[in-house]
Ligand binder design. Sequence first.
Ligand SMILES: Nc1ncnc2c1ncn2[C@@H]1O[C@H](COP(=O)(O)OP(=O)(O)OP(=O)(O)O)[C@@H](O)[C@H]1O
Length: 327
Amino acid sequence: MEGRSRPEPWPGATEGAPVVETRALTKRFGGQLAVDGLDLVVPRGSVFGFLGPNGSGKTTTIRMLMGLIEPTSGTARVLGEEMPRGTRRVLPRVGALIEGPALYGFLSGRDNLTRFDAADPTADARTRRARVGHALDRVGLTGAAGKKARAYSLGMKQRLGLAAALLQPRELLVLDEPTNGLDPQGMREIRTLVRSLASEGTTVFLSSHLLDEIEQVCTHVAVMARGRLLIQGTVGELASSARGRLAVTTPDTAEAVRVLKEHGVNDLAVLDDRVTGELPAGPATELADLNAALVRADVRVRAFGAERASLEDAFVALTGEGFDVAG
Ligand SMILES: Nc1ncnc2c1ncn2[C@@H]1O[C@H](COP(=O)(O)OP(=O)(O)OP(=O)(O)O)[C@@H](O)[C@H]1O
């Protein structure tokens, strides 16, 4: 993860009313609390990652946000309207891709989109062709537009679903696990598309169980576990809440461990000629002092550096456990 530039919130990301705001949002299925007292704030212009293992309540939350199910208690506002009461006014302003697109395999990609567009009562039939053409172009499917959808790869199907969500200009895009099941190339394509949509000002709310994906594409993140929100904020804030680790490469590992321990470095570990440990809290200049102390003790230092904390480090620090994808 080192050296990778982290996406910054887009200009204006924190201005104005949030695009999504929930208060104590709760959904119970019988005895099961699927979503438990959720207070979520999605800033306008953000690429908001909704992160959590399978079964943590992401899809249930999204279904409440889209007015598909009613909360047991609490409120959800989307684009300023309370859901599900505002569903009819809100949904035309939102593009959603939830649980894979419903496509007709025997129709071409273009004909599938034409059907979606024709089902929209606000869509002008005279400009349909141009709209469909533009949406296909947007997701890079112009060349495959005439192929039957059943011959599409999973990634192409997902992009066609996105094209359907993009037939109209949208203020908010809601994507539930958009890269699930895709190969690395397909994932990259979706990520590129999300970035380009966001750079045009569309707020993107994206659920995922992949930390790395959130780190690469999102400006903000909320972490869910067992129906509850653990934390939300910018990706940078969250990662910097976890301390980075120091890594020293040296043939004198035992002596290095002793010196580093003396200088407050915790959780020391040795693997071959590498000593790593958790940096003490404090200003970055302490790094130079640590290096000097090693040199003074005649530790032969081949490499010395601090590794930036990743979102995964933050998650582990938050929950005390690894990020278990299987939930
Ligand atoms: N219609 C339902 N009836 C009963 N239980 C449900 C229903 N929908 C979801 N649940 C339960 O609520 C919990 C949260 O599920 P949800 O699908 O929201 O999680 P998720 O984070 O989206 O996971 P996944 O990525 O697997 O969809 C799970 O334990 C699930 O079994």
